[in-house]
Each structure stands twice: as structure tokens, then as C-alpha cells.
Design a protein around this ligand. Sequence first.
Ligand code: LMR
Length: 394
Amino acid sequence: MFNSLQQQPADKILALMQLYKDDPRENKIDLGVGVYKDASGQTPIMDSIKKAEHLLWETQETKSYVGLTGTPEFSEAMINLLLGDKFDRNLIASAATPGGTGAVRQAFELGKLANPALRVFVSDPTWPNHLSILKYLGIPAEPYRYFDAKTRSVDFPAMMADLSNASEGDIILLHGCCHNPTGANLKAPEWDAVIELLLKSGATPMIDIAYQGFGDGLDEDAAGLRKLVSSVPETIIAASCSKNFGIYRERTGLLTVVSHNKDARNLHQSTLAFLNRQNFSFPPDHGARLVTMVLSDKDLKSDWIEELETVRKSMLSLRSQLANELQKVSGSNRFGFLVDHRGMFSRLGASSEQVSALREKHGIYMVGDSRLNIAGLNSDTVPVLAKAIVDCGI
Ligand code: LMR
């Protein structure tokens, strides 16, 4: 039976990870996969997470199953982080998932269950795995223009024009903050305009938020999401703990459905439990438990916030170092957009030939669409990258 299997397309980001690993050059620079690295190139375990892990090891007495949607404590802690403590909990159904990708996958499955003719409007560009999962599930992806390649910022009029084609029964997928892959984000008045459009069209927003705390701060990065959730009748949120808690391989995420119709909550909650059961049964618990412990303990939480702030500020500092260095070596301001972008990524705007030249000539790895992971840099490699960018004619 397996003779009929066809080679599936390789994931571009993961394929690049492998290419980097296989490159024997000692001075190679990895700006590919979205994993935070400190100045020494390590992806450290946060101290707050280590402490929670220690405590868990000492106190945990069973590894028996928890609920199909994870523990209520994890949901509560994450909802607090995402929506704040004032938001009415009676409007919320939620389920722990294997990472943010698990939440995205379950969200699409939920949409399809509710509407077999579901279409999902996705920013052009978006995280490639959004498109890949949609294709796998047979759900049409409707790209909406998002990124202006000239200004390297959001082409908001074009985005709104394309989103005006969405209607009730469609999902509009938005990135909560730190847009992946471009780094260009909506401003507050633009979130307001999107909310207006959603109210008019009846389409359902889905917010993928994988980098809360990496942009302007924990609350700032959730501001658009919070306003939207309070304003529109239904919202889906797919949240990841991989990056902001640095627990990538623990696969920790949360899928949340907010509905202003209180009577619908139980149905939503049992549907999320059903979907988990069909796909993987119980979600992973270890990472979710660590996150719960960190967010529920005053000291651990303040340690974590401090660590996250260090990460955020180091990326902001690398952004300005790189923009300054590029200004020096190129003699122009054309890379000024780097300081306006937020999060781990920026799309540089290089051709695929130029991206290949960076890799082949200089051992600098970035995704083929010229997305670079700012956190892959340090103050020694910033000047190396800047020179190489100019050398490759970018
Ligand atoms: C990325 O975009 O690099 C990360 O979200 C990692 C991944 O799974 O693709």
C-alpha cells in the first residue's frame, strides 16, 4: 500500500535548519528558524522555567492523565496573560494543545466542523505552515495583501480592500503581534478599522499569537487582540508558549474560543475536548504545568517577566545596531525599516538569488523569502551581516 506514497514538499524552514547543520564552516551564521538565541548563540532555558521544573520534580506525585483540554489552571493563567484578568471568563472556552501549531491545527479543524465550506483569509505572506496545514485539510486559503515590498511596512489600504471580500462563515487569520515572516505590524487605529470590517462582514477573526512579549511588551503586544475580543461576537485565539517561555520542544499552546453568547460556551468547550480526543487525546502537560507555575507564583512570574524583557530589549538593540551598521556600509537609509519592525523577524526584501549568495558566499542562512531572525545575531556578527548584505547587492 505504501507504494502509492508521494514525496511531500519539504518545510522550507526546517530544510534550512538541516542545511545549516550540515555546513562545516565555522563562521556560519544562522538567521533561519524562529528560535531565540543569546549573544553566545545558545537557546538557554529561562531561570524561572528551571526553578519551576525543579519544584515540579520535587513535588509531582503522578503522571496520570489530566483533562482532555488540559488543566483549568493552565487555561486560566494563559487567558490572564492573553486577555487580562477583567475579561468575562463565562465567554471563554479553551483547550491546551501541542504547541501553537497544535492550536492552529485545531482551530482550522474547528472552523471546518462549523462550516464545511470554510475559507481562511491569510496575510500574504504568512507563516508557511499556515498554508501547508490548510492545504492538507482541504481548506481554501484566500491570501490578502499585507506587506508592501517597497516600504517594508503594512499595505493597509490593500489589506482592507482584500478583506472586504470576506463574509460570514469565513475566518480571517491575523497575527497578534510580531508578524511572521515580515516583522511589520498593525497600528492601533488599524486594529480599530479591522474590527469595524469584521463587524460589518460577519467573518470570524482568528488570532495567531506566538510572540507575545517579544515586540513592545506583554500587554502592548496583546492590545489589538484585547480590543478585538471585546468588540466582535466571536474570536478564535491560537497561542504559543514556545518562544516567550523558551519551551519549544515541550509543545505548549492554548486554543481559545471567545463568544459573547454565554449559552454557547459549553458547546464550544465540549467541541474543543472532542477535537483533542480525535487528534491526540490528552494534550502534553509538562510545559503547560511549568507555564502555570511561573504565571501563578509572584516571584517566578516577576523573574520570568524580567528575563523576557531582557530578550525583548536585546532584539530591539540588535535591530538598531544592524540598521546603523547598514547605514554606515551602504551609505543609505534604506534599511531604516529594521527599527520599525518588531519581534524576531524582518523581511529584508532580497531576491532568492541574493539569499542564496548570502548562504553560499558568506555562510549566512536566512529563509528564502529573505526573512531573517534578528535573535540569531550578536554584536560581532552584525557588522559581518551588514557587509555581506551590501556585498550581495541587496
Ligand atoms: C518559525 O517560523 O521559524 C518558527 O515558528 C518555527 C517553525 O516551526 O516554523
